[in-house]
Design a protein around this ligand. Structure first.
Ligand SMILES: Nc1ncnc2c1ncn2[C@@H]1O[C@H](COP(=O)(O)OP(=O)(O)OP(=O)(O)O)[C@@H](O)[C@H]1O
Length: 214
C-alpha cells in the first residue's frame, strides 16, 4: 500500500502542494502528466531521496516520512535505469542483498530466480556497457525487486525502447502485476502502457494529483 497525504515539496521555483494519493496493497498504479509537472520529484520523495516540506508518506502500513531511503524498503528504478557500471549483471541484481549481508547462498538463489524470470540468465557475467537498452531495463527491474520490497517505484522504465522490446517488458510487468505481491507506482507518458498495466491511473497537473480511472 502507498498512502500519501497532503505532501508538499519545494525545489527552487518549482513546488507541489497538498498532493494526496492512495494505492491499495498489490495494485498497479500509473502516474501520468506533462513533462516537468513533478512526477520524478514525487517518486524521489517517496523513495526518500528528497525531503518533503509537509505531509506524510506511508508504505505497507508504516509511516516512512522521516526514514532514510534504505530503511523504507522500496524498490526503485530511476529514469534511464542506471546500473552500477563496475559491477556485473549478477552483482547488480544481488546488490541490495549483498549490502544487507544476506548469506551468499540466498543471494545466489534469488539472483538466479530473478534472472530466469527476466530472461537475463545468459547475461549474468556481463557488464552493463555490453547490454542493450531493453536488457539494461530488465536488469534494473531485477535489482529493484531483489530484496522483495512491498513497494516498487518505476520512473519511465520503458522510455527509449523500440516497439518489440517495449512490448516484451510490458509483458514482464503485466506478469508482475498478476502476482499482486508488490504495490507499484509507475510513471509514464505512454497511454497504451497505462491501458495495459494500470489498475488505477493518476494524473499530476498544476501541482496536484487527480485519479482518472479505477
Ligand atoms: N534540483 C532542482 N532544483 C530546482 N528545480 C528542479 C530541481 N529538480 C527538478 N526541478 C524542476 O522541477 C520540475 C519538476 O521536475 P520533474 O523532473 O519532477 O518533472 P517530471 O514530471 O518528472 O518531468 P519529465 O516527464 O520530463 O521527466 C521541473 O520544472 C524541473 O525543472
Amino acid at each position: 500500500m502507498i498512502q500519501i497525504q497532503n505532501l508538499s515539496i519545494r525545489q527552487g521555483t518549482f513546488a507541489l502542494f497538498g498532493v494526496s494519493l492512495e494505492v491499495p496493497p498489490g495494485r498497479y498504479a500509473v502516474l501520468m502528466g506533462r513533462s516537468g509537472c513533478g512526477k520524478t520529484t514525487l517518486l524521489e520523495t517517496i523513495a526518500g531521496l528528497r525531503a518533503p516540506h509537509a505531509g506524510t508518506i506511508a508504505l505497507a502500513g508504516r509511516d516512512v516520512t522521516r526514514l532514510r531511503p534504505a530503511a523504507r524498503h522500496v524498490g526503485y528504478v530511476p529514469q534511464d535505469g542506471v546500473l552500477f557500471s563496475t559491477m556485473t549483471v549478477r552483482q547488480n541484481i544481488g546488490f541490495a542483498l549483498d549490502v544487507r549481508g544476506a548469506p551468499l547462498v540466498d543471494t545466489a538463489r534469488r539472483v538466479a530466480e530473478l534472472a530466469d524470470w527476466l530472461e537475463v540468465t545468459h547475461l549474468l557475467d556481463r557488464y552493463p556497457r555490453f547490454l542493450s537498452g531493453g536488457e539494461k531495463n530488465r536488469v534494473a527491474l531485477g535489482r529493484a525487486l531483489a530484496n522483495r520490497p512491498p513497494v516498487l517505484l518505476l520512473d519511465e522504465p520503458l522510455a527509449s525502447l523500440d516497439d518489440d522490446t517495449r512490448d516484451h517488458l510490458v509483458t514482464v510487468l503485466a506478469r508482475l502485476r498478476e502476482r499482486r505481491e508488490v504495490t507499484v507506482l509507475h510513471v509514464t507518458h505512454n497511454r497504451s502502457e497505462a491501458d495495459r498495466l494500470a489498475d488505477v491511473v493518476f494524473r499530476l497537473d498544476g501541482g496536484t494529483v487527480l485519479e482518472t480511472s479505477g
